[in-house]
Ligand binder design. Structure first.
Ligand code: UTP
Length: 295
């Protein structure tokens, strides 16, 4: 059954780790095998029953908007050539869901980007999905988060165990167990802590199910780490006071996730996802085996 919530995909960051590739193109448009990263995220939202998606775009807005638009010349050429397989790949992109765009203007942080969705989302629970964070389609996470949010009237954040040496790259959660093994209560959050400061090895990954009260909190959230308005700081306010919008819970994810915003993880993601493909996997695997002894 289609779930009526909307999804917001912030894609207005500067993507500085990928310069110069991201000089004229958002990092969410970098191809992973043969699809831009953001298309995997849109497909994940659709698989979770979401059909209304708002993408927050920055200075390189055209590439993103064009990707989800129809390209009639291309469709016409493929149709004339009788290449129906490529044609269906092109048209699938523009008919995935109802996709809207809003500009962030200055990239003042993830919290600021989410605040730009206020008008479109209205007074409803909604999902936030980071456009450079891919969750393997075989390990559904978002539907579980939506269920937990509905059942417990809660804000829900996706968490994943990471090596303590990596926790400084993420928001980190201080948690208590609940009666469900994959659900924890979040007591506090720290944005990008050092290994010594970190209250756990549970990192926030790029999926959130948020209640609309978050918007009021974001309106008054001052710039935090890096001078940016941090979504983690607003969630910390909610976690400290369940009176505002109910509890803040974490769903601990143990499936496959690919961080395409980081160069090494991006390369690994592309290889892993290509290895899993019937059309590319066997040849790629053979080549990797061939070169491996020479590395
Ligand atoms: P990141 O911190 O990973 O993105 O933000 P970044 O700043 O673009 O990356 P680097 O470190 O410079 O390479 C997480 C997500 O939030 C979005 C990004 O597009 C990414 O999906 N974001 C971030 C915004 O939409 N607006 C912002 O102001 C900041």
């Amino acid at each position: 059954m289609a779930n009526p919530i909307k999804a917001v995909i912030p894609a207005a960051g500067l993507g500085t780790r990928f310069l110069p590739a991201t000089k004229a193109m958002p990092k969410e448009m970098l191809p992973v095998v043969d699809k831009p990263a953001i298309q995997y995220v849109v497909e994940e939202a659709v698989a979770a029953g979401i059909d209304d998606i708002l993408v927050i775009i920055g200075r390189n807005k055209n590439a993103l908007a064009n990707h989800f638009d129809r390209v009639t010349e291309l469709e016409h050429t493929l149709e004339q050539k009788g290449d129906h397989s490529k044609l269906s790949r092109v048209t699938a992109t523009s008919s995935l869901a109802d996709i809207h765009f809003v500009r962030q203007g200055d990239p003042r942080g993830l919290g600021h980007a989410v605040l730009r969705a206020r008008k479109h989302v209205g007074n409803e629970t909604f999902a936030v999905m980071l456009g450079d964070d891919l969750i393997d389609a075989r390990d559904p996470l978002l539907s579980r988060m939506i269920d937990v949010s509905t059942q417990r009237a809660a804000t829900v954040v996706a968490l994943m165990e990471v090596d303590p040496s990596q926790i400084h790259l993420y928001g980190c959660a201080d948690v208590d167990a609940t009666d469900e093994t994959d659900v924890v209560t979040i007591k506090g959050l720290v944005e990008k802590p050092s290994a010594e400061e970190a209250p756990s090895n549970l990192a926030i990954i790029g999926r959130y199910v948020l209640r609309p009260e978050i918007f009021d909190v974001l309106e008054t959230t001052p710039p935090g780490k890096g001078g940016e308005i941090q979504l983690t700081d607003a969630l910390e306010v909610l976690a400290a006071d369940a009176e505002i919008a109910g509890p803040v819970l974490g769903v601990v994810f143990s499936g496959r996730r690919y961080d395409t915003g980081d160069r090494l993880d991006y390369l690994k993601s592309s290889i892993q996802l290509a290895l899993d493909r019937e059309d590319l996997g066997p040849d790629l695997a053979a080549w990797i085996k061939e070169i491996a002894p020479t590395i």
